[in-house]
Design a protein around this ligand. Sequence first.
Ligand code: IMP
Length: 482
Amino acid sequence: MSSVSESISGKVPNGATVVIGLQFGDEGKARVVDDLAAEHDIIARFNGGANAGHTIEHNGVKLALKQVPAGVFHEGKILYLGSGCVLNMVKLRTELESLKQAGIDVSDRFRISSQAGLIQPHHILLDTLIGGSVGTTRNGIGPAYADRALRMWGDRLLNIRVGDLLQDAEAVFALLQANLDAAKKMYGMGEELGRLVEGEIQAMREALPVIADFVEIDPLYVQKMADAGKRVLFEGAQAFMLDVNKGSVPYVTSSHTSAAAAYIGGDLPPSYHGRTVGVAKVIMSRVGHGPFVSEFGGARSEEYCMSLNADGSPVYGKAVEAGYDIEGLLRSDDDFEMSKAVRHLSGEYGTVTTRPRRVGAVDLVQLKTGVMANGVKELILTKCDLLNVYARTKNGKIPVVKEYRLDGKSIDFVPGSTALLKRVEPVFSWCEGFSEDISGVREAAGLPAALMAFVKEVEAFVGCRVVGLGVGPGREQYVSLK
Ligand code: IMP
């Protein structure tokens, strides 16, 4: 008797690779993508917009990229922004100019899906007005995705997409103004707020000629490339725990960040999937509000890190913490005090804002959830060189969370309800520490035994192979464990 199962085959020769962060962002994905780009032909973004950010060094030039995919330094590779992204034209123009200045030409290899959403001036204002309690990046990301779902307000189009600019740009600019005026009126936005986007529509008008040539009007572009044998690498922005649906809602971004989303926002059917690579930091961090179970110092840390001056600058920024007695804080019995030193030594500050990021122990319960939910088979652990800061703490060991407690009961998953998640208590345990500087190590044989034992413990707990370790910010500071 013939059956369905014997007539189908799941194998995908040269399937696409998806790289995603498994925690709260800033895991060091760009480095991984940059490295993997060499063996792929198209590097595609599938979600988010200018809220993402990566700094890459090239020939001594430091480039802060927000929207252009991380594989930009690989000559000849195609860079693609998928329909799942939201585009800030003005910021993209600046990025393209900085690339040009660094001698990087993307003119014949950068494509933007005409179905990507357009960040409109009123999105930025709305995000500034209402995004504070989430702690958004104020790039207008949430309002842009909200308008995508709202589609229209009466006869007025809200979901303006990049491709609309190719049809009648002046009509689009008039619509941007109408949407801005309507939002200002509806939300009672004052003049002061309005100044934030003064001149923005004109700046978009000026950016259009730079961007128009990159717009791809064929929604099957990536698929046709893949059919022609090109290998696709999807670069996730933000991270799994910030997924609009799966993360700690509402303290999340507004797009889907999970591996599956690559095939919606990246414009390729899921049957082209090859493998998912997860990236996680061994000292965790989070920006913005929201549950962070393994945070050192819990609620005190959140409040401290999120304290802002009237002008929006952080009260306890990088410069303030640099003046602290770091060694004294490290030895403190109080995790909150220790966290200030850990943050300082691991450089966990917003690259632009210098906002202190909330820091915590690696949370293996959460990591296992992310690994399972995204089908991750290969895991890369970053910032491993920084684990040696724990050698200078009171017990000298590496803290990890391997158990959650909810109402006194042990649970082995991240509750899907944020209300429950907020009540979860971490159970800390400790792995042997090490004090060696491993930033110069390139072979597994040169790594301390305590680090290898830690890696084995992670693998055993999360049920996934750790294939490599980041041992510093440089592209070459990587140790393969294969
Ligand atoms: P939004 O994406 O600007 O709406 O911000 C929503 C939440 O996601 C905030 O907590 C941000 O700090 C966080 N977030 C957005 N993008 C990133 C990122 O690239 N890395 C880390 N956190 C991010």
